[in-house]
Design a binder for this molecule. Structure first.
Ligand SMILES: [Zn+2]
Length: 413
């Protein structure tokens, strides 16, 4: 029987659960530069494109990746439709050459394919339900090795998405059959059947039907009933062009996600010594306690600082204490408003290999000395300058003392 994209008569079309088959090799060629352009992931790898008389391997298409597995003892790395003169051929990309006209056993990487069938069938349900309620089209579907995204051409809130997932899961638990029907001509014309399709179809049309959920043209292998999906989750909702992008997990992926989330919740529950449902309350209380502690620290710092500060003169402080940090220095410099303008305030804080400086009411002279004598880098408006002074061979204490002596000597003049 002639292989054609349009015939839907391959083994994977007719028997999507078939994991093994005896097949014959029609051709086997080493891939060339032109092929590599079509398989950019195989830049340097030696590989072969094998055409078979029939196949259980689904070639990439409709957002679903090509199948993998074994042909004899050769690994099937990918499966794709050919291009150019070979556009009706299915290329099995293998890591070893196979003898032409030999009979080999084909073995599908079934775990991977079943996972794709779970994600893909779940996508049909969610897209169909969304179309039914909002009239939106699924305008982008990507089924990756570990993530699946679904783009709709209209806005949805989380609340609306949750309602859709609820309904999708009810369809799953009802274990409805997923039926495949092939029509010789577009059934929307002759038979007036309305179905979802990304493109206008010519020739034969293959429809995937899930009662009360979806009717959609699609060429990929699907599950035979919705119950095998088990569970569907949406883990992320983002704005996408004029609509939304949903990140979808179904089947084993959803189960794994729930298990991993459960582990994180258990860890948090132990950390807070609280039952899982009380964790948000526990975090809120912890935040409140932190804010109170921070407040007490600020009050203590401010009391100490009030004793140190003298607004009637220029002042240089070297604050080498865990009690005072850069945030403290910035706050004080911002808050510094001497009754009589012109009294400068410089705070030095030791940092890795030097000092951070924070300066209020700066003058061109102080900045000049800091830059030219001490090699300071940085600046800012007169009310708030900041930067870094490298200590070079001096230690921070000695450098701070030298800066203090030099600047205050200038003030006395
Ligand atoms: Zn499909």
């Amino acid at each position: 029987m002639k292989v054609s994209k349009k015939e839907f008569n391959q083994i994977y079309d007719l028997e999507p659960y078939r994991k093994e088959a005896g097949v014959s090799v029609l051709s086997c060629e080493k891939i060339n530069d032109e092929d590599r352009r079509h398989w950019p992931s195989l830049t340097s790898q030696t590989a072969y494109k094998v055409v078979l008389d029939k196949t259980i391997f689904y070639p990439e298409g409709g957002g679903q990746l090509g199948d993998m597995g074994l042909l004899g003892d050769a690994q099937v790395l990918d499966t794709r439709w050919g291009y150019g003169d070979s556009s009706e051929s299915i290329f099995h990309l293998t890591d070893k050459a196979l003898d032409i006209e030999s009979d080999v056993s084909a073995e599908l990487d079934w775990d991977r394919r079943f996972d794709f069938m779970q994600q893909h069938s779940a996508e049909h349900i969610l897209s169909g339900i969304c179309h039914k309620h909002y009239g939106y089209d699924n305008v982008g579907f990507h089924l990756g090795e570990d993530n699946t995204t679904l783009d709709f051409d209209g806005p949805l809130t989380w609340e609306q998405v949750r309602a859709l997932i609820d309904e999708a899961n009810r369809v799953i638990w009802a274990d409805r059959p997923i039926k495949v029907r092939v029509f010789d001509e577009d059934p929307s014309k002759g038979e007036g059947i309305s179905y979802r399709s990304k493109i206008e179809l010519k020739g034969k049309v293959r429809l995937i039907q899930i009662d009360d959920a979806d009717l959609c043209a699609c060429a990929a292998p699907h599950l035979s009933s919705t119950g095998q999906i088990g569970l569907i989750l949406v883990t992320k909702l983002e704005n996408w062009k004029k609509g939304v992008r949903l990140h979808l997990l179904a089947g084993k992926r959803a189960y794994t996600y729930v298990q991993e989330s459960q582990k994180i919740l258990d860890d948090l529950s132990n950390l807070f010594s609280l039952p899982i449902l009380s964790i948000p309350e526990g975090i809120a209380k912890q935040e409140e306690r932190l804010a109170q502690s921070q407040d007490r620290i600020y009050q203590g710092q401010n009391l100490l600082w009030a004793d140190l500060l003298n607004e009637d003169t220029d002042q240089v402080f070297y604050l080498d204490s865990p009690l005072f940090d850069s945030d403290f220095a910035k706050r004080q410099i911002k808050a510094y408003k001497p009754e009589k303008a012109g009294h400068r305030l410089l705070i030095l804080i030791p940092v890795n290999q030097g000092l951070s400086f924070y300066l209020a009411e700066s003058s061109p002279l102080w900045i000049k000395i800091l830059r030219e004598t001490f090699g300071a880098k940085g600046g800012g408006p007169p009310q708030f300058s900041q930067g870094f002074i490298g200590a070079k061979e001096l230690n921070a204490d000695t450098l701070a003392q030298a800066i203090k002596d030099r600047l205050l000597a200038e003030s006395v003049k």
